[in-house]
Design a protein around this ligand. Structure first.
Ligand code: C5P
Length: 233
């Protein structure tokens, strides 16, 4: 069977992470969470004391991080995917996998991801990581920009209330102090920002298969996706 490039795009909290993990495990494919790259740029910007408004400085920083190989996203493969809660990502050799999973860095990632120079800096990294095939890439613009020629594209979505509930349960489970209302507001704000930005806005590719995750068990969605991939492989 051919080893394909599988794109899973969709809004925050649609369940992309869980489903992408299950699918990569099932197929024995490499798993790449591209949102982690934007989150890491946001973390690096915050640590450097750069304001979210300073798009020049953020763009320059992202370019340096990429050119100097200071971000490493090793990805995980197959069975190992089951054991990762959040994919490992390194910034200057430091494991920042948890530091990037805060509400601040969610919003920060949304801000830096609207900067064209940031997207361009991260594009080569993503293409390189997926170039061999046999990979599940999870993000916002994988099927539209990163790999418009991906062999399989899914657009995973669900109503905002449901996505916010999932995010809230996840954050609360980790002891992050947020309310459901704040989480819902954050999800709506990020949807809006991600869909309305000028470069690589969140939208489904014309040839993507739309999957609604509302009320469905992740395993059932993984089953459906795995069947689609196997048919095309
Ligand atoms: O998926 P995650 O919530 O980690 O993504 C964080 C933010 O990074 C998103 O809200 C979006 O603004 C940005 N992002 C993006 N393109 C991707 C992945 C994430 O713009 N491929």
């Amino acid at each position: 069977a051919r080893r394909l490039r599988v794109a899973i795009d969709g809004p925050a909290g649609a369940g992309k992470g869980t489903v992408a993990r299950g699918l990569s495990e099932r197929l024995g494919y490499l798993l790449l969470d591209t949102g982690a790259l934007y989150r890491t740029v946001a973390l690096a910007s915050a640590r450097a004391g750069i304001a979210w408004e300073d798009v020049e400085a953020i763009g320059a920083l992202a370019r340096r991080l990429a050119d100097e190989g200071r971000i490493a996203l090793p990805g995980v493969s197959g069975a190992a995917a089951r054991h990762v809660d959040h994919m490992q990502i390194l910034l200057d050799g430091e494991d920042v996998s948890f530091a990037i999973r805060t509400p601040e860095m969610s919003l920060g990632a949304s801000r830096v991801s609207a900067v064209p120079a940031v997207r361009e800096a991260l594009l080569a990294m993503q293409r390189q990581a997926g170039s061999e095939g046999g990979v599940v890439l999870e993000g916002r613009d994988i099927g539209t920009v990163v790999f418009p020629d991906a062999e399989v594209k899914f657009f995973l979505t669900a109503p905002a209330e449901i996505r916010a509930r999932r995010r809230f349960d996840e954050l609360a489970g980790r002891g992050v102090d947020v309310s459901f209302e704040e989480t819902l507001a954050d999800v709506i704000q990020r949807d809006k920002a991600d869909s309305e930005r000028a470069v690589a806005p969140l939208r489904q590719a014309a040839d993507a298969l739309v999957v609604d995750s509302a009320g469905r068990a992740p395993e059932a969605i993984v089953d459906e996706m795995a069947r689609v991939v196997e048919l095309r492989a």
